[in-house]
Design a protein around this ligand. Structure first.
Ligand SMILES: Nc1ncnc2c1ncn2[C@@H]1O[C@H](COP(=O)(O)OP(=O)(O)OP(=O)(O)O)[C@@H](O)[C@H]1O
Ligand SMILES: [Mg+2]
Length: 247
């Protein structure tokens, strides 16, 4: 039997001794985009951090499986090597490390081989153009002093460079202006293909106009309460979460 591209099995997670995830299960097949929506504080970002392998998030039980390989006990960089990518609601700044050296080092780590400077420059130039990022960004410190929208564009750049099998995006659309939302969304949509999967955490339906999800999940009390097609996102936008059992 063929396996799902990405699978979360009955995941229970505690943060600082507090139980936050209460049995998350999810299957993303190759080529699928899933969206997660849900009220504030229901555990969506906790899920994203847990998938990344952040040490603060304690997996009490359950499994995370990418392409048939279990990742649950792996360190974040090992997960990245297996081509799981996570973009964050609050990207961290790393003073003193330029965007270019960060990207080149990360690319080397993901690929497991050195990327020649000339090759790297050519690769980057193309992507910067597509995302409307000035080349001068490359010499700045990672995320330091970047505006919200600029950070999100850089995340999208990383996704396009690292070419993960599975990408988890936590509120990539927050803080983007109208044009940036379109540019970032179109780049994500363009990234989509029949081998890759995406899990998009968002509060609003607007990004889903560009990246049409195959499945929409409603998150509440640290688990998935309801799943449906793209029409579910529209219903939530119109009616809120009131009608969802347990939300
Ligand atoms: N490091 C932490 N220490 C203590 N509590 C935490 C920590 N991280 C998360 N929590 C708690 O876990 C719950 C879920 O938080 P989380 O950030 O996952 O929610 P969310 O669904 O992403 O919300 P939002 O829509 O506002 O981004 C919240 O009650 C939050 O306060
Ligand atoms: Mg969040």
């Amino acid at each position: 039997m063929s396996h799902a591209l990405f699978e979360i099995q009955d995941l229970h997670v505690a943060v600082e001794g507090k139980k936050v995830l209460n049995g998350v299960s999810l299957r993303v097949n190759r080529g699928e985009v899933h969206a997660i929506m849900g009220r504030n504080g229901t555990g969506k970002t906790t899920l994203a951090y847990t998938l990344m392998g952040h040490p603060r998030y304690e997996v009490l039980s359950g499994k995370i499986i990418l392409d048939g390989e279990e990742l649950t006990a792996l360190r974040p960089e090992e997960r990245a090597k297996k081509r799981l990518f996570l973009a964050f609601q609050y990207p961290v700044a790393i003073p003193g490390v330029s965007v270019a050296s960060f990207l080149r080092a990360s690319l080397k780590s993901v690929r497991g081989a050195e990327v020649q400077p000339a090759q790297f420059r050519a690769l980057i130039r193309e992507e910067l153009k597509g995302l409307g990022i000035p080349e001068s960004f490359m010499t700045r410190s990672l995320n330091e002093g970047f505006s919200g929208g600029e950070k999100k564009r850089l995340e999208t750049l990383q996704l396009r460079l690292f070419k993960p099998k599975m990408a988890v995006l936590d509120e990539t659309d927050s803080g983007l202006d109208i044009d940036a939302l379109r540019i970032v969304s179109e780049n994500l949509q363009d990234y989509r293909n029949s081998d890759r999967g995406m899990l998009v955490i968002t509060h609003y339906q607007r990004m889903l106009n560009y990246i049409k999800p195959d499945v929409v999940h409603v998150f509440g009390s640290g688990r998935i309460l309801e799943s449906g097609g793209p029409e579910l996102a529209i219903k939530l936008e119109e009616q809120g979460y009131e009608w969802v059992q347990g939300a």
